[in-house]
Design a protein around this ligand. Structure first.
Ligand SMILES: [Mg+2]
Length: 300
């Protein structure tokens, strides 16, 4: 959730640079971080689009109009929840309706009043930050701060369709802590919770920012690795297995290991992909635990 220590950032897209400079001044004075783009195409080619908290868009622009730009932002997984405000000379009611229909949260007409624009921006940002916070709570596992089961399903579904559409690689790792029931029974549930937290931390420390780690069940974890081939996924799984095995515990008798299965998407749907990976995890358990089993032989 944003607070005073992190500036909200706003992208202004307008082909009239005098307008975007004016807005830049007004909003920078309010302690917002403001970037500008002079066309829809320029805006869409930025690789930091998901970092913005709000978009302020003109409508009449040469290469791509504001409606088209807004629709493109609303179609992208990374920007669909970012509020869009139109700031335009189009004052007809049907223009406004069209703006709301393509996903804008607000519509301000030029010439605009600076204080009114600031007030609208502030309110929409507040709603956005509150919603982000609630969403974060709803999709996170409270104990480990990893994503929860339902988010993992939703996200994996997205990644599968994205991977198929762009003919990329998608790999999946499923882990299960070895002998976790015995840990709980011997050292108590509080220790068990600490183990889950520390193992989760290790997983997070090893994966890349674009990977997605979740707590899939009681002591079961899952890692989605977009754009990752089978051998690279295996390396990540091995690294996690080793780092968990090397963790230090207050109680010197405690030894924590995990088993894992690694697979890469072929043509499976969500359930088939999970099941395929889960079977490998099951094999790792039966092959003596503290092991990673993969779908294909791994080149060394
Ligand atoms: Mg214009």
């Amino acid at each position: 959730m944003n607070d005073n220590s992190t500036l909200s950032s706003i992208l202004v897209v307008d082909d009239d640079t005098a307008v975007s400079q004016l807005i830049h001044c007004i909003l920078t004075d309010e302690q917002y971080k403001v970037e500008t783009a002079s066309s829809g195409r320029e805006a869409l080619t930025r690789d930091d689009l998901k970092s913005f908290d709000l978009f302020l868009l003109d409508i009449n622009m040469p290469d791509m109009n504001g409606y088209e730009l807004c629709s493109a932002l609303k179609e992208s997984y990374e920007t669909r929840d970012t509020p869009v405000i139109f700031l335009t000379g189009n004052i007809l009611p049907e223009d406004k309706v069209k703006g709301f229909d393509c996903g804008a949260i607000d519509y301000v007409t030029k010439p605009f009043n600076g204080s009114e624009l600031i007030a609208r921006v502030r309110n929409h940002l507040e709603v956005k930050h509150n919603r982000d916070y609630l969403k974060q709570m709803a999709l996170t596992d409270g104990l480990t701060q990893l994503y929860n089961h339902s988010y993992i399903h939703e996200r994996l579904m997205e990644e599968i369709s994205n991977t198929k559409r762009h003919e990329l690689n998608l790999s999946l790792i499923m882990f299960d802590l070895d002998n976790f029931k015995r840990i709980n029974d011997t050292f108590g549930h509080k220790q068990g919770d600490k183990v889950l937290q520390k193992v989760s931390r290790s997983i997070k420390d090893i994966i890349r920012e674009e990977d997605v780690a979740g707590r899939y069940g009681g002591e079961e974890f899952i890692v989605i690795l977009p754009n990752t081939d089978h051998d690279s996924a295996f390396k990540v799984a091995e690294k996690i297995r080793m780092s968990v095995r090397d963790l230090k515990w207050d109680n010197s008798e405690m030894r924590i290991t995990l088993s894992g299965g690694v697979s890469t998407l072929n043509k499976e749907n969500l359930n088939e992909f999970i099941e395929k990976t889960d079977i490998l995890l099951y094999k790792a358990k039966h092959a003596g635990k503290d092991k990673i089993i993969t779908a294909l032989p791994v080149m060394n």
